[in-house]
Each structure stands twice: as C-alpha cells, then as structure tokens.
Design a protein around this ligand. Structure first.
Ligand code: G
Ligand code: G
Ligand code: MN
Ligand code: NA
Length: 252
C-alpha cells in the first residue's frame, strides 16, 4: 500500500521518534518511563502509533521499526543521568511478531550491550495475545532474557482473553491495569472490582502492578489504597520527548 511505502521510506529517513511517559511508585518517586513511538511525518505532522502499528505488524515492518525503537530507547536512557542515584528503567512495547522472531533474544541482548545500560533497566511490554499461542516457547524466551535481568510486563491486562493458568506459567515481573478500567474506577462498580481483582491477582502471583491512564489524584488514591505499586498517566506526565520530561530535571 501507499502507506507501507511511506513507512519504509520514513524509517530510512529517520522520521520516527520516541516520546516517553514517566512512571512513579506509590511513594511518588520516579521509577522509569514507557517509550511510545510516533511518526514525525513531513506532511501529516505527528502521527500516533494507533495509525501505523497494525500496518507495521501485518507487513513485517514492525521488525525494523521495533529494532529501531529498542536501540533508541536504550541509547536515550543511557544518556540520562540517574535520578537521586537510582538508575531509571525504560519500558518498551514489543509486538508478538517481533517477540516470535527467531533472533529476538539475541537482538535484545545486542542492543543492551551496545547501549551500555544494565539489562535490569529494560522492561519489555507484551500484550495478552501472546498468551494465546505457544506458551512453551514464550516461557522459554522470556526466561532467557530474564536470566540476564531484563524485566517483563503484561500490557493492557484484562482486555484480552488470557487464561489465568497460562498467566501463572509466564515468568513476568509486572502486570499493567489497562486504562479503560482506570478511567471510571471511582464511578463504575464493575471497573472498581476489576481494578481491585487485578491488583489482588498480581499480589497473589508475586507481580508488581502498574496502573496506566491515571488522570486524577482520586483515581491514584483509590489504587494506592488497594495496593497498586506504580502509576502512569496524565496526572504524572504526558508522553514527551526525553529532553522535555520535566520530572527528570536537567538531562545530558
Ligand atoms: O502513545 P499512544 O497512547 O498513542 O500509544 C498507543 C499504543 O501504541 C500503545 O498502547 C502501544 O500498545 C502501541 N505502541 C506505542 N509504541 C509502540 C512501539 O514502539 N511498539 C509497539 N509494538 N507498539 C507501540
Ligand atoms: O501501551 P499503551 O497503548 O497502553 O500506551 C499508553 C497510551 O495511553 C499512550 O498512547 C498514551 O498517549 C495514552 N495515555 C497515557 N496516559 C494517559 C492518560 O492518563 N489518559 C488517557 N486517556 N490516555 C493516556
Ligand atoms: Mn504499553
Ligand atoms: Na496499555
């Protein structure tokens, strides 16, 4: 398609950029950030990932794009000074197709090595659809990267069809409460019950729980009260280029 050809060219010409959204713990300390890709299109302006990730996945362009995202997120993190002496983390979204590629583990280890960050500073966000196929291979692959210290988070938790028995088998570090449950957590009894259940499930399985889409102090307080560990959302900061993340203070 025309968009596919434009994406291919955009990749060659360096039109993709990363924005970062900060993540905080329950005590209010900055713990890291999620890398979110955007396409700085010469005519269309800043194009959000919702408009090109699906096409990138179906065409295979997600492989070079995903590799670029990993390289860039780790390199930009390496250029950040530690905040209060603690190394920050970066969370990178990885598509199923990218994760399933035979060279994925080696590619991630190579990126970490070249960037100079610690493996434990990188967290890979996977979506629930990965749980639906080849759990055996998924467990093995996550395990190989975890052995080096790389962390794993399950994104958009609760929106898919994951079986809890599969969830139990995956060596994850974190689950992410989807923002669709956070939005009305104070007014919708079902969403409140889902949020509480996800937090309790995380605690039972020994996983950290992060909530995304937190926009108000009242939402944060509700989630803290029920044991949520970490937070991301407009209350704390919008996705922005790394140099504009105010919570990082002066960079470089
Ligand atoms: O930034 P925004 O909220 O518009 O992002 C929407 C979604 O796009 C994210 O929730 C995420 O699932 C996806 N996304 C963003 N960046 C990346 C990326 O680098 N790789 C992949 N595979 N998906 C991404
Ligand atoms: O990985 P994922 O698709 O969940 O990425 C998070 C997306 O949610 C990003 O595209 C980001 O722009 C968006 N987002 C981040 N924080 C908030 C928020 O507080 N409220 C809403 N409505 N969207 C948010
Ligand atoms: Mn994500
Ligand atoms: Na998400």
């Amino acid at each position: 398609s025309a968009l596919e050809a434009e994406m291919r060219q955009g990749l060659r010409q360096g039109e993709f950029i990363l924005h970062y959204q900060p993540q905080f713990d329950a005590g209010g300390a900055l713990i890291g950030m999620e890398a979110l890709v955007r396409w700085q299109h010469p005519q269309r302006g800043l194009v959000p990932p919702g408009e090109f990730i699906a096409l990138a996945e179906s065409t295979g362009l997600i492989l070079p794009l995903g590799q670029w995202v990993l390289e860039t997120a780790c390199a930009e993190l390496a250029a950040c000074k530690p905040v209060c002496g603690r190394p920050l983390g970066v969370a990178v979204n990885v598509s199923a197709r990218q994760f399933r590629h035979p060279d994925f583990v080696e590619a991630v280890l190579g990126v970490i090595e070249r960037s100079g960050i610690e493996a434990a500073q990188l967290k890979i966000e996977l979506t629930e659809s990965l749980l639906l196929e080849d759990v055996e291979e998924t467990v093995e692959r996550i395990g190989r990267l975890k052995a080096h210290g790389v962390g794993f988070s399950l994104d958009d938790f609760g929106t898919g069809y994951s079986s809890l028995s599969y969830l139990k088998r995956l060596p994850l570090d974190q689950i992410k409460i989807d923002r669709s449950f956070v939005r009305d957590v104070l007014s919708d009894a079902n969403d409140a019950a889902i949020a509480r259940t996800v937090i309790a499930l995380g605690q039972t399985l020994g996983l950290h729980v992060i909530a995304e889409g937190v926009e108000t102090e009242a939402q944060r307080d509700f989630l803290i009260e029920h044991g949520c560990d970490a937070f991301q959302g407009y209350l704390f900061g919008r996705p922005a280029p790394i140099g504009e993340l105010r919570c990082l203070g002066t960079l470089h």
